[in-house]
Design a protein around this ligand. Structure first.
Ligand code: SIN
Length: 297
C-alpha cells in the first residue's frame, strides 16, 4: 500500500467537528476520525421516557453524524426494547437472508465452535445490494468471547477525501452494481435457512452524498459491489481493487473491543465495517436491528 504521507504532510486532514458541548450525553472519541463512546444514556429508560428521549435523541443523532459509529456499554434491554430503539431512527429493515430471533427485524448474530463462519467477516456496508440500503445498524452483543471478536469500522468520507482530485473527477457520475446473489446464496444454510429464489441487486453511485451531513462518501464495498457500470470489466476490476485497498487503510479506522451488553450503532451511508472471527472455539452472540435508508444519490 502506498503511503498517504507526502512532502506536504498527511494526505488526509480531518476537519474538526463542532466544539459545541453536548448537554444530555457524554461523547468520548475513539479516534479523531471515526467512532465515539457515548456515556450517560440508559437505552431502556430512553425508550420509556419521552421528555428525556427527545433531548437525548437529538444529541445521539448528532453524535452519530459526527462520529459515524457510536458505542453504548452496559445496556440491559429486551428484544422488544432493542426493536423500539431502532424504530426511534426510522422504519425497521428486514434482512433478505439472515436468520432472526423471533421477530423478522431482529437479526441473529452468532458464532461458536461449530459455526462454519461468522457474520460480517469481510469489509462491507450492510445490504448495499438493496435498492434502498439500510441507513444504520444497531448491534447488541450479549455474550462475548474472553478475548477477540472486535468490530472494525472505517470512515468513507475520509476515504473519499483522501483520493486525488484526478481520481475524484474519474469517479464522478459513475455507478456500480451491488448484488446479493454471490453473498447470500447458501450463506445461512447452517441455520436451516432456505435460499430465496433471488436476492436483491441494485445500481448505486460510486460516490454518494450523505442526506444529513451533505458530505460525499465512497460507496463501494467488497461484500456486495460487483463491477462499475460503463467501463471495461478489467478496468472496473482494477479500479475496485484500488478503491477497496484505499478504503481499508487503517488511517480511516477504529476498532471496538466489545464487552457484554454493549451496543454499536453505525451509519451504513458513510462507514464500512468488518467483524473479526479470531475467538474460535468461543461463542459470541447478539442481535442486530437495522434501520431502513433511502436510495443513495
Ligand atoms: C455485521 O456485519 O453486522 C456483524 C458485525 C459484528 O458481528 O461485529
Amino acid at each position: 500500500m502506498s503511503s498517504l504521507s507526502g512532502k506536504q504532510g498527511p494526505r488526509y486532514r480531518h476537519t474538526a467537528d463542532s466544539t459545541d458541548p453536548y448537554e444530555t450525553i457524554g461523547v468520548e472519541k475513539l479516534t479523531p476520525i471515526i467512532g465515539a463512546e457515548i456515556f450517560g444514556v440508559d437505552i431502556a429508560k430512553l425508550i420509556d421516557d419521552e421528555a428525556r428521549s427527545n433531548r437525548q435523541m437529538d444529541e445521539i443523532h448528532r453524535a452519530l453524524a459526527e462520529n459515524l459509529v457510536i458505542f453504548f456499554r452496559d445496556q440491559h434491554i429486551t428484544p422488544q426494547q432493542h426493536l423500539a430503539f431502532g424504530r426511534k431512527f426510522g422504519e425497521l429493515h428486514v434482512h433478505p437472508a439472515a436468520p432472526n430471533e423471533g421477530d423478522p427485524a431482529l437479526m441473529k448474530i452468532y458464532a461458536d465452535k461449530d459455526s462454519p463462519r461468522a457474520n460480517g467477516e469481510g469489509w462491507h456496508t450492510d445490504v448495499s445490494c438493496d435498492l434502498e440500503p439500510p441507513m444504520g445498524s444497531i448491534l447488541y452483543i450479549k455474550q462475548c468471547p474472553p478475548r477477540g471478536g472486535d468490530t472494525l469500522f472505517a470512515n468513507m468520507y475520509a476515504a473519499y477525501e483522501a483520493l486525488s482530485d484526478r481520481m475524484k473527477a474519474y469517479l464522478d457520475g459513475l455507478t456500480a452494481l451491488h448484488d446479493g446473489e454471490q453473498t447470500y446464496r447458501g450463506l445461512y444454510s447452517n441455520y436451516g435457512v432456505a435460499d430465496k429464489r433471488e436476492y436483491p441487486r441494485a445500481e448505486h453511485p460510486v460516490v454518494r452524498t450523505h442526506p444529513v451531513t451533505g458530505k460525499k462518501a465512497l460507496y463501494v464495498n467488497r461484500g456486495f459491489t460487483r463491477f462499475i457500470i460503463g467501463v471495461p470489466r478489467d478496468e472496473s476490476d482494477a479500479m475496485l481493487a484500488y478503491l477497496y485497498q484505499h478504503a481499508e487503510n487503517p488511517l480511516f479506522q477504529c476498532r471496538f473491543r466489545w464487552t457484554e451488553n454493549a451496543i454499536a450503532f453505525w451509519d451504513n451511508r458513510c462507514a464500512q465495517h468488518r467483524a473479526m472471527w479470531d475467538y474460535w472455539p468461543h461463542t459470541r452472540s447478539g442481535t442486530r436491528v437495522t434501520v431502513k435508508g433511502e436510495r443513495p444519490v
